[in-house]
Design a binder for this molecule. Structure first.
Ligand SMILES: *Cc1c(COP(=O)(O)O)cnc(C)c1O
Length: 454
């Protein structure tokens, strides 16, 4: 074998070893960041090292600091596992090393992204002519969609943003829900819209925007308007009522954006689809493939109803760049880019329409089973309606809830993460992994029962 093959062979061996260890290893890392820096640090060596030996070193040193995210009992934040087809396809993407900004340079990978995008539009019930830009995740998908929205609403007000810039532009009203994801504020910040400039609309006990509150928020003020809704609140999994909210926003000529990082996928299951009803009437949608679709990090999608709006915001003027229809660099802020839609194509192809629906239904069933199990533990209260993939729970006292969260991570059976909800400390389980089984739920509930009793 030459040195490249030996390095790839070593990577394969270590990757397989890591994946095999997932069922038994503690879910949370055993090493701290400082220990990891010490393991990898020191001065850069004068002399190089054989590639396979480098891979061996990485695998050995990283191991205690790795989180068992692709395993069946990682329920923290909202983080998916890795479907085998997507994982293997991701290796090919690196081996191929295709700079996938343009269809003329890299037709194979750009074609796979186009097709994966079309498949997703169909799964989500969105217009087949919409543009789909593959970006790093929900944060960049929100940014990409909202940057497109900003250009479009200013253009409608007679302002050419690309030419005249933002400084003297008409002010944009940016309307968000009280329980929006933090990445929406961050996207707004990147776009020159400050925190104090957001119009925040009240939400209900599950985190859904209140239609009456949106109505009265929009009754004041005029001018360019963006309304940002949500499919899947990050703690409760709740969905805004698009069928009521979008017509209200439309009456005020708003651009409507939906942050559906993990929630938009509900549309891919016939039984969960009602949760997203009406969302297809929006102008743009942000979603992730690395969460619910279980492709390896990173992969998100920025979807825009009218591709001309994407082009107006992103098409580059570089004269050495050749245009051929709608290219990745027409619909994302990137120029050189990884073909991160290829693993998404692989996951979709491997699961098929039925497999994707089954994946979604499985995540929901796991959430229901987890909520049922947790409710059976003395002192545990489940706080949300488990309509989708999220379970939010607590003990009677905030300190006890926080202590339980720490005990769960130290125990290592499973990982859940904490948050605050309506002034209370809570713990939350996100069912986002294809790998989670009924046994994983049982093992987790049994561990939590033991930790609460202690
Ligand atoms: C995770 C999440 C995001 C951010 O997505 P990343 O993929 O982490 O960048 C945005 N919105 C919601 C609702 C999310 O759950």
């Amino acid at each position: 074998m030459d040195e490249r093959e030996r390095a790839l062979d070593a990577a394969h061996r270590h990757a397989a070893g890591f994946l095999e260890s997932l069922d038994d290893r503690p879910v949370w890392p055993r090493a701290s960041l400082d220990e990891m820096v010490a393991a990898f640090g020191g001065p850069l060596a004068e002399e190089g090292l054989d590639p396979a030996a480098v891979v061996d070193e990485i695998a050995e040193r990283a191991d205690p600091g790795l989180v068992a995210i692709p395993g069946g009992r990682f329920f923290g934040f909202v983080i998916g596992g890795t479907h085998p087809a997507a994982l293997a396809a991701d290796w090919l993407v690196s081996a191929w090393d295709q700079n996938s900004g343009s269809s003329l340079l890299t037709p194979a990978t750009v074609a796979m992204e186009r097709v994966a995008g079309k498949w997703m539009l169909e799964l989500f019930g969105l217009p087949s002519t919409a543009s789909v830009g593959f970006v790093t995740g929900g944060q960049l998908a929100n940014f990409t969609c909202l940057a497109t929205a900003r250009t479009a609403v200013l253009a409608r007000a007679g302002w050419d943003l690309a030419e005249r810039g933002l400084r003297s532009a008409p002010p944009i009203r940016f309307v968000v829900g009280a329980d929006r994801h933090g990445s929406v504020d961050r996207a707004a910040r990147f776009l020159g819209i400050g925190r104090a400039e957001l119009t925040v609309v009240e939400s209900d006990d599950q985190g859904r925007m209140r239609p009456d509150a949106l109505e009265s928020a929009l009754d004041y003020g005029r001018g360019p308007l963006i309304v940002c809704l949500q499919a899947g609140e990050v703690h409760t999994g709740a969905f805004d009522d698009f069928g009521i909210l979008i017509p209200i926003a439309r009456r005020h000529e708003a651009w409507v954006h939906v942050d559906g990082a993990f929630g938009l996928w509900a549309a891919a299951s016939p039984s969960l689809r009602p949760l997203t009803a009406g969302a297809e009437a929006a102008d743009s949608w942000a979603t992730d493939a690395h969460k619910t679709l279980n492709v390896p990090y990173d992969c998100g999608m920025a979807i825009v109803r009218d591709p001309q709006d994407s082009i107006a915001a992103f098409r580059t003027g570089g004269d050495y760049l050749i245009y051929s229809g709608l290219d990745p660099w027409d619909v994302t802020p990137e120029l050189s880019r990884r073909a991160r839609g290829v693993p998404a194509w692989a996951a979709l192809r491997s699961l098929g329409r039925v497999g994707i629906a089954r994946l979604l239904d499985g995540l929901h069933a796991n959430a229901v089973a987890m909520a049922k199990g947790l409710t059976s533990v003395d002192g545990v209260e489940v706080l949300n309606d488990v309509d989708y993939t999220q379970v939010m729970f607590c003990l009677g006292e905030d300190d006890a809830t926080r202590a339980l969260g720490e005990a769960i991570l130290a125990d290592g059976t499973a990982a859940v993460t904490g948050a605050e909800w309506r002034g209370r400390a809570v713990l939350r389980c996100s069912m986002s992994s294809w790998a989670t089984t009924a046994e994983d739920i049982d093992r987790t509930v049994t561990a939590i029962r033991r930790l609460v009793a202690a």
